[in-house]
Design a protein around this ligand. Structure first.
Ligand SMILES: Nc1ncnc2c1ncn2[C@@H]1O[C@H](COP(=O)(O)OP(=O)(O)OP(=O)(O)O)[C@@H](O)[C@H]1O
Ligand SMILES: [Mg+2]
Length: 352
């Protein structure tokens, strides 16, 4: 019961449906509350799956436009010329296929909010036109002359480094300054480990409901792996993995390490390794150690474990394992030989 209450409290530490008790997320919620009521442009940056869309929707809901529409435009999904007519609309006869007038999304969203998702993918020609609209506050439909005032709150999001794109000349500098009045950066999940278990438990409950299961939680060592995993796909990856586990997992009380995907389990070995180092360190303080030989042995051990795990993941296929490790097959074989030789040498030394 106490656990349950605590969990609910943790969830309440979130904002709308965004969970997070980490300092980084808490201060982000604070910024969102501050900016939501104003009409400033907001740029949300963050890796894929960190919750950019979720936060954009929360800003819309929290602001004074919440009873009007929220329009989500993915700039990467719509090819350049089409994106222009989707946004600005066109008059009948503007081009060959334009039989009837079409209202663009900028007009359609009047009074509401538009999320321009993956803004980094907007081509440079539309960027120029878009900037003009932001500055003048009106548009002209394609093939039209009449200026139409635009009353929309803009939120932009991207997982690209716009600053770098500006430096490389693929994103307009003036547009960048215009859209990043309030920049919000969502930290990747691995930089706010306090949030991992809150999210994992939340999704566990969600999928308990969905799949009619009664799983109570995660075993302690499973939790340790969840928190030390790097989560390259962030919250989306976490949600997908919990869903997969919940589908495959029987009706046991807790989720054990064995239920976790292989790529996550392999980090458990690194944990063991850290414990080995911890065992060596106190000795270092008292008697001193032979630094070179100890670090060499450990480096070798790390290499061996990484290679073994990767080979296991690749079902013994060396070509596949080498690919996963980002090295050539030749280098993989050479490393294996070196490790074997080293093991022989240290055994020989021990005998002496
Ligand atoms: N803090 C959070 N609390 C709860 N759910 C979250 C949180 N962050 C992300 N999610 C969930 O993770 C998934 C991915 O979020 P979202 O689509 O907002 O990410 P994104 O940053 O827009 O990703 P992409 O760059 O790939 O478009 C969604 O299911 C969302 O509900
Ligand atoms: Mg998104």
């Amino acid at each position: 019961e106490v656990e349950k209450l605590k969990e609910r409290e943790d969830i309440l530490l979130g904002f709308h449906d965004i969970l997070g008790k980490s300092k980084k997320m808490q201060s982000l919620f604070h910024v969102i509350k501050e900016v939501a009521g104003h009409n400033t442009n907001i740029l949300i940056q963050g890796e894929s799956g960190t919750g950019k869309e979720l936060i954009a929707r929360a800003i819309h809901r929290q602001g004074n436009r919440s009873n009007r529409s929220f329009v989500d435009v993915n700039c990467a999904a719509i090819p350049g010329t089409l994106l222009e007519s989707e946004l600005f609309g066109y008059e009948a006869g503007a081009f060959t296929d334009a039989r009837k007038r079409k209202i663009g999304l900028l007009e359609y969203a009047t009074g509401g909010t538009i999320l321009l998702d993956e803004i980094g993918e907007m081509n440079i020609h539309i960027q120029a036109k878009f900037l003009r609209m932001l500055e003048d506050g009106h548009i002209r439909r394609l093939g039209g002359n009449e200026p139409i005032p635009i009353d929309v709150r803009f939120i932009f999001s991207t997982n690209r480094d716009l600053n770098r794109m500006v430096a490389e000349g693929t994103f307009r500098e003036d547009l960048y300054y215009r859209i990043s009045v309030v920049p919000i950066t969502i930290p990747p999940l691995r930089e706010r480990t306090e949030d991992i278990l809150i999210l994992a438990r939340y999704y566990l409950e969600e999928f308990n409901g969905k799949f009619k299961k009664k799983v109570k939680g995660f075993a302690q060592d499973a939790e340790r792996i969840l928190t030390s995993y790097q989560w390259p796909g962030n919250v989306r990856e976490l949600k997908n993995i919990i869903e997969r586990i919940m589908i495959l997992h029987g009706d046991g009380e807790t989720i054990s390490v064995e239920s976790l995907p292989a790529e996550m389990r392999s980090i458990a070995n690194h944990e063991q390794f850290r414990i080995q180092i911890d065992n060596v360190l106190p000795r270092l303080a008292s008697d001193g150690i032979d630094f070179s030989s100890v670090t060499e042995r450990m480096t070798n051990d790390i290499k061996r474990q990484i290679i073994e795990n990767t080979l296991e993941m690749s079902r013994g296929n060396k070509t596949e394992a080498a690919k996963r490790l980002g090295i050539s097959r030749f280098k993989l074989i050479r490393e294996q030989k070196k490790i074997a030789n080293h093991a022989c040498a240290s055994r020989a030394r021990n005998v002496l």
